[in-house]
Design a protein around this ligand. Structure first.
Ligand SMILES: [Zn+2]
Ligand SMILES: [Zn+2]
Length: 467
């Protein structure tokens, strides 16, 4: 049988044209191009016959010159399905596919073998036992060594466990992971370092120019965001403990957040010293973002968050100093306020878009106004009368968005105070079509494959190596 195939010229195989030698002569090895000699075929058959008797696992070895431009994965999956390698109730099949012109060997495992022959082990067998031989042109020796290793793993549970443990420790180790983060970190860090050199190493959005202490020096920033993280990523993996690794990173981000909080407080204090209470209040309000860290770092931020809100309330009520005479100011009650507030301001207070504090000097009776714009209000400033009483009454589509162009939405505004109406146009992003409809090619469990193989299925597990 074998010699007959040797005489035919090397051809490009399809799944249909690969001779199923298991059907023809009960051989596990399909070698139509004579890529290994008949003595090797016999040796492999002996090994694999014994394996199936002992474990019921079926291993098919297919040696082909070429499958054209089909990938080893697709070809293996299709052949596995057609032949149904492995018992149908156990799916304990393995296809070892050798493709000469692609210089590739692929292990394609049935569902039932994925546990004992995980992808990493398949890869390891190929790299250690087969590829070095193939590189030297010793195809026979490489195939025998690879199949012997597979048989040993499938028949000797102790050996299988040993191999699996060894493979696990060589999988992505913590230090490899740290290296990966580290490289990304340095690239990203240097990009932001150079982009920040122009704007300054600041983190308060609205007070960049005048807020003292809100900026770090370039050296401080470089130390905190590049040097310390790199140091940690080098040192932490040495502890070889996931807890220490995660804890170290938590500590770092917690520290960075705390450092920022302290800087913010310093900035705030410098305003308090100058008596600019409303500026401090707004500064805290605009930098509330740092409080969001309470969710990531409950310690210390859950405590700081409370402290922070208390501080804002204190600042709002802290006695003001008269700028004219230096005397003490007294905050007027809501009723006393009204005679000092304009109609617009009173209107804003009524619709709760702005809250006014009115302070009166107890010495010279100078009046000090402070306006606190509500964060929750639907009202914005009216372009005509400047009162915070402008709100959206409706919207209409001027131009619908399509998949090729953006659309325009028009919002209609009405000022509740002066009845001025206005329109604001806003862009509707163009429609993005997602490809989520692509169907899953779910491997059909071909029960008609029959043959001498048992009808096992593969989920596409396995691995391939090239040389
Ligand atoms: Zn005064
Ligand atoms: Zn108005």
């Amino acid at each position: 049988m074998q010699t007959a195939w040797l005489l035919t010229p090397a051809q490009v195989y399809t799944v249909e044209s690969v001779p199923n030698t298991k059907l023809e002569n009960k051989s596990y090895v399909s070698n139509p191009d004579g890529l290994i000699n008949s003595a090797t075929v016999n040796q492999l058959d002996q090994l694999l016959t014994a394996l199936e008797h002992q474990t019921t696992a079926q291993v098919a070895v297919v040696m082909l010159h070429s499958v054209g431009d089909q990938t080893d994965f697709d070809f293996a999956q299709a052949l596995f399905e057609k032949w149904g390698i492995g018992r149908s109730n156990k799916d304990n099949g393995l296809l070892i596919l050798f493709i000469e012109d692609q210089r590739t060997v692929r292990f394609h495992t049935g569902f039932g073998l994925e546990g004992v022959l995980p992808d990493a082990i398949c890869k390891q067998i190929q790299i250690q036992k087969m590829v070095p031989q193939f590189k030297e042109g010793n195809v026979d020796a490489g195939m025998i060594a690879g199949v012997e290793e597979v048989v040993r793993i499938l028949t000797d549970p102790a050996y299988a466990e040993e191999i699996n443990e060894a493979a696990k420790s060589t999988e992505v180790s913590q230090s490899d992971f740290a290296w990966l983060i580290g490289i990304g970190w340095v690239i990203f860090g240097l990009i932001s370092f150079f982009s920040k050199r122009k704007s300054g190493f600041s983190d308060s959005r609205n007070f960049n120019k005048d807020v003292p202490h809100s900026k770090m020096s370039s050296g401080q920033w470089f130390l905190l965001w590049i040097m310390i993280p790199i140091g940690l990523l080098t040192v932490l993996p040495l502890a070889n403990s996931t807890l220490a690794f995660a804890g170290g990173l938590y500590g770092f981000f917690g520290f960075a957040a705390f450092e920022k909080y302290m800087r913010m407080n310093k900035s705030a204090d410098s305003f308090i010293k100058k008596g600019e209470y409303q500026t401090v209040y707004n500064f805290y309000k605009e930098n509330k973002g740092v409080l969001g860290l309470a969710f990531l770092f409950p310690i210390p931020f859950a405590f700081l968050r409370k402290h922070f809100t208390n501080k804002m309330n204190l600042i709002r009520t802290h006695p003001r100093i008269c700028k004219k005479c230096g005397g003490q100011c007294v905050k007027l009650t809501e009723k006393e306020e009204d005679e000092h507030l304009s109609k617009e301001a009173q209107f804003e207070e009524n619709i709760k878009s702005v809250d006014y504090d009115v302070w009166k000097c107890s010495n010279c009776h100078e009046i000090l106004y402070e306006a606190y714009i509500s964060e929750k209000t639907k009202y914005i400033e009216c372009p005509a009368c400047k009162t915070h009483a402008n709100y959206v009454t409706g919207s209409s589509t001027k131009k619908a968005a399509t998949t090729s162009s953006a659309g325009i939405m028009v919002y209609h505004y009405l000022c509740k105070f002066c009845k001025h109406t206005s329109k604001v146009e806003s862009v509707i992003p163009k429609i993005v079509v997602s490809d989520s409809s692509s169907s899953d090619s779910g491997y059909s469990s071909s029960s008609d494959s029959g043959g001498s193989y048992g009808g096992g299925d593969s989920g596409g597990g396995g691995s391939s190596s090239s040389w």
